[in-house]
Ligand binder design. Structure first.
Ligand code: NOJ
Ligand code: CA
Length: 782
């Protein structure tokens, strides 16, 4: 309140004083008129604020930077110019949650100057040109984006950022779903709390994550940060188009409830080395009345540039399996031998080493997965641990850790690719850089060329461990540039990329649609450590920037059945099915072992049937931390794409029905080739998925999105009456004693029912979700 009064007074003074006339506040409204942005310079300092229907969302907040060797971009500004424009277009993503995205905003560009003589460089030379900083604001119906721009006509040419001063002053002590700020990991469980409680809960939240970790403040949090006001308004702070810039965290002043941008420093402590002309990433404040509107928002994608690639014909959605969970669960190993405590790539002799008998990526096992994946309509198979070096890859901070070229003796790369292609499957390459970024760059061209030679068109990257060059964090400017370099180089080779442990995405997949996935959050690999409700939060936070390779589909969540030290994960089988609809990703994995699917092939049918790319998505109900229910309609144009050019389909018959299409539209195998006509006008198909946290729920879903006058068959996969996915193995005794969690429940993640029903636009489904459960429904026109 103090700040509001202060600013009102200042603005008034500015309006009334002729000398301040140029600094009168400038305002901008969203296309629907509900959001209003105000910008003003007072006493040389730029401020902005944001209101919704007259109520404050962001109170007057400072903008600017502190710089090295020079006066800061924080004072002595005068407002020289204000330009307005409006924009309205509809664009078509290469893949996505919908086929058409509207990008409609009103824009205001303010030009600020520090006049000649008003600022000094540290060497006491006075700059002879004015310093120019522009701020471009874009106001959408669902939020605000703004960025700083440094034009070429400027006293500033090359400069070094010490701090970004951008504030986000909240109007109250909102509820937030947050993970601790950290320069090296994003793999955390979320904490739900009031902003004022972050400090007290921060330490516990920070313990609950990945490795390595480098914290900076007991009130530091990461974006996308989802909040909810006491009035029920959903506010989400994130950033868009982070290129050649460090990632933004937020640090909270918990007296004033004001966040300040906190950039990840590079190894020298700078938070951005800048060269004009250039722009910063967009800072974003999404404002929505309903939680489902947050899920439907395309603010982050819209603030990114259009597709940079001319030819995108080689980019396609991928449903895949992997020789992966074997290693994560402890059943197999990435390494081939136990002979070597120390590996020197190019010197260590693997040909004569003793196989350890636990190496997962061996020819026979890979063939077994290829057979299963091909029989069940998958497009791809990831194989980790195929290349030499895994014996000492972890925690040793080795610079030359992998060459990404040399397979272990029991992995016949050419033969396995041929076998896979004959069955319509592409192998997915794995490049774990072990965070040695320079080494990866050194080998990248050869590694991508090898992929081209054998027909791999997708790579999973990884950045586990301490970043090399030493001193850098995972999200500093130079390392963000490395991730982007990998994407651009891959595009030149027509390779799609899915990076784990890389920086959280900021919508760059609009511009570079070969970036089909990222992990960048706590995913399934964290097993029993994942808290109930985690997957009901991620679509509000991590997924705002782009799809996540969450690796769902674990049908045997009791890891104790695989290894003696295993614990139980918090989900039911139907919860895992629900994730294929509630989580958007054009790259979706069925992560479990074939032998874990075999006892439940009737439930596995949903994973076989479900599409991974959509022309329409409807967010039916949602609340972060509690539940999500979503309906989606497949996009026909991308369904066959994964199969083009692979093995059995390489006979020139592009019109062949791919495995994916066959399952989505339930086309019998007797129909061998597809007529474009039936694909262009296929039976209507929808999928509905739901997930819940530790609380069991009954939900009612109206099928009012179906076509009128049409009869459909719905196959409903639901938690059985005695199902329960809550294991509680992620909590310690004290937490359990707090009483937030179900007690007296009996863990039974396996119980489900499958029912078929004729439904129409008038039908209403009543569905039960068990504790940590969910449901999935496929609906096909009869
Ligand atoms: C961490 C990744 O998230 C996981 O998927 C991968 O299996 C391991 N690193 C090894 O690369
Ligand atoms: Ca990871």
């Amino acid at each position: 309140m103090k700040i509001i009064r202060h600013l009102l007074f200042l603005i008034l003074a500015a309006l009334l004083t002729p000398a301040f006339a140029a600094n009168a506040p400038a305002t901008l409204k969203s296309p629907d008129g509900q959001l209003e942005l105000t910008f003003a310079v007072y006493d040389g300092v730029p401020y902005y604020s944001l209101n919704r229907n007259g109520k404050p969302v962001v109170l007057p907040s400072k903008m600017g930077f502190t710089l090295e060797w020079r006066d800061d971009l924080a004072h002595a500004f005068v407002l020289k110019d204000t330009k307005y424009s409006t924009f309205d277009e509809t664009w078509e993503p290469v893949w996505g949650e919908e086929a058409h995205i509207r990008n409609h905003y009103n824009e205001m560009l303010v030009t600020l100057e520090q006049p000649v003589g008003s600022v000094e460089s540290m060497d006491h030379s006075t700059e002879t040109r004015a310093t120019v900083m522009q701020i471009r604001f874009r106001l959408y119906d669902d939020g605000l984006g703004f960025r700083y721009e440094f034009p070429i006509k400027n006293a500033l040419v090359c400069f070094w950022i010490m701090e970004e001063l951008t504030e986000f002053a909240m109007s109250g002590d909102h509820t937030a779903w947050w993970i601790p700020g950290d320069y090296d990991t994003q793999e955390y469980n979320y904490t739900q709390s009031k902003l004022s409680e972050i400090r007290k809960l921060w330490e516990a939240g920070h313990k609950n994550g990945g490795w390595p970790w480098t914290a900076f403040s007991k009130t530091g949090v990461q974006t996308a940060l989802q909040m909810k006001t006491d009035d029920g308004l959903y506010i989400n702070i994130h950033e868009a188009a982070t290129l050649d810039f460090p990632t933004m965290h937020l640090d909270l002043n918990d007296t004033t409830m004001t966040f300040r941008a906190w950039l990840c420093p590079d190894a020298t402590g700078y938070k951005g080395r800048i060269q004009a002309p250039c722009t910063t990433p967009w800072r974003t404040v999404m404002v929505c009345e309903k939680a489902t509107d947050v899920l439907a928002s395309r603010l982050i994608l819209n603030l990114n540039e259009p597709c940079a690639l001319e030819d995108v014909s080689w980019i396609h959605p991928v449903k895949y399996m992997g020789v992966w969970w074997e290693m994560i669960s402890g059943k197999s190993t990435w390494n081939y031998t136990n002979d070597f405590p120390s590996v020197k790539i190019g010197e260590t002799d693997f040909e004569h080493a003793t196989p350890n008998g636990t190496h997962g990526a061996n020819n026979a096992n890979v063939r077994r997965y290829i057979d299963f994946a091909a029989a069940n309509g998958f497009d791809g198979l990831l194989i980790e641990g195929w290349n030499v070096g895994w014996e000492d890859w972890y925690g040793k901070e080795k610079v030359f850790v992998f060459d990404f070229l040399t397979p272990y003796p029991d992995f016949d790369l050419p033969a396995l690719n041929q076998y896979a292609h004959e069955k319509g499957i592409r192998l997915i390459m794995h490049h774990e850089s072990s965070a040695s970024t320079g080494n990866y760059e050194r080998w990248m061209e050869k590694a991508y060329t090898l992929m081209n030679q054998y027909g791999y068109d997708a790579v999973k990257g990884g950045y586990v461990g301490t970043i090399i060059p030493f001193g850098e964090g995972h999200y500093s400017q130079p390392i963000n540039n490395h991730y982007h370099y990998a994407i651009e180089e891959a595009a030149k080779h027509h390779i799609m990329v899915n990076s784990h442990e890389a920086v959280r995405p900021t919508g760059l997949c609009r511009t570079w649609p070969n970036m089909i996935g990222n992990e960048s959050a706590m995913g399934t690999e964290f097993r029993e450590r994942i808290h109930p409700g985690h997957t009901t939060i991620l679509p509000f936070t991590r997924l705002q920037g782009g799809p996540m390779d969450y690796t769902p589909g674990i049908f045997e969540p009791d890891m104790g059945k695989i290894v003696s030290w295993g614990k139980r994960m918090n989900h039911t089988i139907c919860n895992q099915l629900g994730l294929y609809v509630t989580f958007y990703s054009p790259l979706q994995m069925a992560a479990d072992f074939p032998e874990h699917y075999e006892p439940y092939m009737d439930a596995f049918q949903f994973i076989k049937d479900v599409a991974v790319d959509w022309d329409t998505s409807i967010y039916i109900m949602a609340e972060p931390g509690d539940y999500i229910v979503t309906a989606r309609h497949p996009k026909i144009s991308t369904l066959n794409k994964a199969a083009e050019g692979v093995g059995t389909l390489a006979d020139g018959k592009k019109d062949v029905i791919s495995n994916a299409t066959r399952f989505v539209y339930d086309i019998p195998e007797s129909v061998e080739t597809c007529c474009s006509a039936s694909l262009q006008n296929p039976r209507d198909v929808w999928y509905v998925g739901g997930i819940t946290d530790e609380n069991a729920r009954d939900v009612t879903v109206k099928l009012d999105f179906l076509k009128p006058g049409v009869k459909y068959e719905a196959v409903i996969y639901a938690d059985g009456p005695d199902a329960c996915g809550f294991a509680g193995d992620c909590f310690d005794e004290n937490e359990m004693a707090e009483g937030h969690y179900p007690t007296g429940v009996i863990y039974n993640p396996y119980a489900y029912t499958i029912t078929k029903k004729v439904v129409t636009i008038k039908s209403v489904l009543k569905l039960h979700m068990a504790s940590c459960g969910g449901f999935a429904v496929s609906i096909r026109e009869k």
